[in-house]
Design a binder for this molecule. Structure first.
Ligand code: FE
Ligand code: ZN
Length: 506
């Protein structure tokens, strides 16, 4: 008879060790340098990979269990949302613009983050790092999938959701997010970790997700709230990974400090430019607003950022170089970009509108020093022009794009909000244009990289000879359906009609 022995119960720490670090080995047929060819060339010096502390003692089996539980809840709610016409519970159809921008610009970014983490998980030698990156790679693809699934229900009823992947690659306002992630994915593994793990996840993600998810809750969108919760619960792990990585680099060798600082400067500024899209969503696109972009910045930018950089000061890290310019720009960026989106609304796969008098009063309360002085007059001018001509105010002049962030150069000079900011650099005989000092700095540090960037406007002029109709076909934009003013849109008409059917006896 076999003797029954009670299996020795492993402590969490031992179990974790067996499931992670013990899976690694030292290569013998090939040199370390051959197996991990990319960890050297960025100049980061690491002496002891075992010093990498994994802040989350999470084993793969536990990981799958937690995530599966979240998936079950998520899909149950998505199902209920679809079956109960949850799309008719939103405040009104203007809210859909925020969702479209999110799906076109941000969900593909989640997918890029997945690809990036899968790659750096392979490129970093430390086992702790590899496991953490592997988990985040899986998280990120799950985020992309759950977002696409949640929003696919809206795609059955409304325009503009149908070609988010093509929009991400080809349309102009998504380029700011695409170029951010393309830049990160084509960087070395350490820079990728600063770009995504630190700047995006740690410094900026709260400014994107918290306002967006509360925006969804305020506007009755259960589907989005649910994917938001599901993704946010991974976020603590992602933020810790980013912070852990930066501290690890700084503790390993003092020579790493200037490299890391330059990356922080770069990725902070690139992040601010991506957030300009979020600022328009918060200040202009939500029918029921949560807080202004300025208020969100005060909480998640200034409060959290100040505490973070105070903490990192002991390593010699200072606040990002563009911090003061960003702080000044906060009171302007949503208005400046929204006026751009409005003027070029024939080229957007979402609808825009002139803010109502009530909206404008809200904006002037939230932006007491800037809105009435600089931006209300521009909206009033557009309104008057439309009333006088009976036609929408469109600007068919194509904007000059920034070679770095790829947005139109529509932001203004530090210190003078009436003057558009332009910067230039000449490299190998060609002249390149920028929207800001921050973007010019990024280019000047690595011109060979950015001269290769594909920009959407030169694409339209060179490849399509300026033919707007051909461009719309190419970006999968249906003129008169996906684009233009909300007031006359099919989305508005349909939503109001369906809602009336479900709430009245008509
Ligand atoms: Fe994510
Ligand atoms: Zn720029």
């Amino acid at each position: 008879m076999d003797m029954k022995t009670a299996a020795k119960k492993l402590s969490l720490k031992d179990k974790y060790k067996l499931f992670t670090r013990d899976l690694g080995w030292e290569p013998t047929y090939r040199s370390h340098e051959e197996v991990f060819p990319y960890v050297q060339y960025e100049g980061i010096k690491i002496h002891d990979w075992d010093k990498w502390e994994d802040p989350f003692r999470l084993t793969m089996d536990a990981y799958w269990k937690y995530q599966a539980e979240k998936e079950r809840k998520f899909y149950a709610i998505i199902d209920a949302h679809a079956q109960n016409n949850g799309h008719l519970n939103i405040t009104d159809a203007r809210y859909l613009s925020a969702l479209k921008v999110f799906l076109q610009a941000i969900s593909p970014a989640e997918y890029s983050a997945h690809k990036g983490f899968a790659r750096v998980g392979r490129e970093f030698p430390g086992v702790g790092t590899q496991v953490a990156c592997q988990m985040q790679a899986i998280d990120e693809i799950r985020h992309a999938q759950t977002q696409i699934h949640a929003l696919s229900n809206y795609n059955k009823f409304y325009n503009g959701f149908h070609a988010f992947a093509e929009h991400r690659d080809r349309i102009w306002y998504t380029s700011v997010a695409r170029s951010f992630f393309d830049d990160a994915m084509s960087a070395g593994p350490f820079e990728f970790m600063i770009a995504i793990g630190f700047s995006f996840e740690y410094v900026l993600t709260n400014l994107l997700f918290v306002p967006f998810m509360s925006g969804a809750a305020y506007n009755g969108d259960m589907a989005t709230v649910t994917f938001g919760f599901s993704a946010q619960s991974d976020e603590a792990r992602h933020m810790t990974l980013g912070l852990e990585c930066i501290k690890f680099m700084l503790e390993q060798d003092p020579d790493n400090l200037p490299i890391v600082q330059a990356w922080i400067d770069k990725w902070f500024w690139r992040g601010i430019r991506v957030l300009s899209l979020v600022s328009t969503m918060m200040d202009y696109m939500l029918p029921k607003r949560v807080m202004s972009w300025r208020e969100a910045w005060n909480i998640y930018g200034i409060e959290n950022g100040t505490a973070l950089f105070k903490d990192l000061a002991r390593y010699g890290i200072r606040a990002p170089k563009g911090w003061d310019q960003a702080e000044e720009a906060i009171d302007h960026m949503s208005h400046q970009l929204m006026l751009g989106l409005y003027q070029w609304k024939f080229g957007t796969s979402f609808h825009v509108w002139i803010p109502s008098d009530e909206d404008m009063d809200w904006l002037s309360k939230k932006y007491p020093t800037t809105f009435d002085k600089y931006y209300r007059p521009r909206w009033e001018h557009i309104k008057k022009h439309e009333a006088a001509t009976g036609a929408p105010f469109n600007n068919f002049g194509l904007p000059k794009l920034c070679q770095c962030c790829q947005l139109p150069t529509l932001f203004t000079e530090p210190g003078d909000p009436t003057l558009t900011c332009h910067r230039e650099s000449v490299y190998k005989g060609d002249r390149y244009h920028f929207c800001s000092d921050g973007c010019k700095d990024v280019f000047d540090n690595e011109p060979e990289k950015y001269i290769q960037a594909w920009l959407p406007m030169p694409g339209l002029m060179q490849e399509l000879k300026g033919d707007l109709g051909a461009w719309m076909d190419w970006v999968f934009l249906k003129d008169g359906q996906d684009n233009g003013d909300f007031a006359t849109s099919q989305d508005r008409q349909n939503f109001e009609q369906w809602r009336a059917q479900s709430t009245t006896n008509q």
